[in-house]
Design a binder for this molecule. Structure first.
Ligand code: SAM
Length: 344
């Protein structure tokens, strides 16, 4: 039997609600069992749920448009990638497959991944993202392209279900400092081991090839706050709350009672994306009655801002050699890392 709440016709049977990953992840967030783990529900704005039933637009595409955000990251990332593409041919064998860690929207694919494929004369692309909507859009638009074989994998690349996605060593591509999105709480003292472990997992997924990864090394609190505290980014990070009444049929939950309030934790090199409740509220999520107090904070996801020397030490521990670094006038850097086990 389908239950109907005030304004929402739920798209699932009673009882199924508590089985969805979104339901459990949201419950963990509100109950404080886990933190920094809801990025999946922030990047993704599935066309068939949010966009149709609310007025949502795909936000990531807008963010990577230069000039849309005062923070230098998307523009610097793009400039570094343009420079690196010219040098790549001498550093990575021609025809090497490309594994895109964090596909993003079509705009990202066209702007970042496609030119790398062309530079390497590669005809094999594997896009990994935990947001299915992004993968579907790439498949819809490009799988008729006979020149490139497009494979998409819906998985969490920091905690993947699979071991590798390519039969031969590939070039992993990780743009927009996505490496800074590794999981971790506000209390992790072993974040160096956490980073090394993530790098080792990525190397394994590329079948021990290369990783071209950008890194934002900014340690300047004022510049970080100024760059991130914009209306567009606040809207992006608060997406998770707007999805709750639409997709989970919560009763009495008001997503407008949160503001985006990031925190810089220099001791962890972590810029944590946080939300603060502007008022108390009581609501129901499935069978659970929940209370949020005014001022309560929720840790949504991470943007670690690793210093270059720290990052390089972690690469070394993960068995990755720094083959080349492209520097930018901002604190952005682009690393080409090579698995020490790679024989090519
Ligand atoms: C910062 S965006 C970058 C997108 C794109 N590469 C670009 O340069 O515009 C990060 C992307 O990685 C995905 N992502 C982040 N963490 C992930 C994870 N642990 N597993 C799978 N996908 C992840 C997000 O869904 C998003 O598409």
């Amino acid at each position: 039997m389908t239950k109907s709440y005030q304004n929402t016709q739920l798209p699932f049977e009673e009882g199924q609600l508590s089985e969805t990953a979104f339901f459990n992840d949201v419950l963990d967030l509100f109950m404080g069992f886990r933190s920094g783990h809801v990025s999946k529900y922030i990047y993704e704005a599935p066309e068939d749920s949010l966009s149709e039933r609310t007025d949502e637009k795909v936000l990531w595409g807008a963010i990577i448009e230069e000039g849309q955000t005062p923070y230098y990251l998307p523009k610097a990332d793009n400039e570094l990638l343009c420079r690196a593409r010219q040098d790549l041919v001498g550093l990575v064998p021609s025809s090497t497959p490309v594994v895109d860690f964090g596909v993003g929207d079509i705009e990202s694919f066209v702007k970042h991944a496609l030119p790398v494929l062309k530079a390497l004369k590669s005809d094999y692309y594997v896009g990994i993202d935990f947001c299915e909507a992004y993968l579907e859009r790439i498949q819809k638009r490009y799988n008729a392209d006979q020149k490139i074989k497009i494979v998409t994998v819906c998985d969490d690349f920091f905690e993947p279900q699979i071991k590798t996605v390519t039969p031969v060593p590939a070039l992993g591509l990780m743009t927009c400092s996505t490496i800074g999105n590794i999981h971790g709480t506000l209390h992790d003292s072993h974040y160096d081991a956490n980073l090394s472990r993530a790098l080792r997992i990525l190397a394994r997924l590329t079948n021990h090839g290369w990783l071209l990864a950008s890194l934002d090394t900014n340690q300047d609190a004022a510049r970080l706050y100024q760059g991130y505290q914009t209306e567009l980014l606040a809207r992006l990070f608060l997406t998770v709350f707007r999805r709750i009444p639409v997709e989970l049929g919560s009763i009495g939950f008001d997503p407008s009672l949160f503001v985006y309030e990031p925190e810089w934790h220099p001791e962890l090199q972590l810029f944590a994306h946080m939300a603060r409740a502007t008022a108390a509220q009581d609501f129901r999520l499935g069978d659970y009655r929940l209370h949020i107090a005014k001022g309560q904070k929720f840790h949504l996801l991470n943007s670690y801002k690793f210093e270059a020397s720290f990052f390089e030490a972690c690469c070394d521990k993960a068995g990755l050699a720094v083959q080349q670094v492209w520097h930018h006038e901002t604190p952005m850097k682009l690393y080409l890392l090579k698995d020490k086990a790679c024989r090519l």
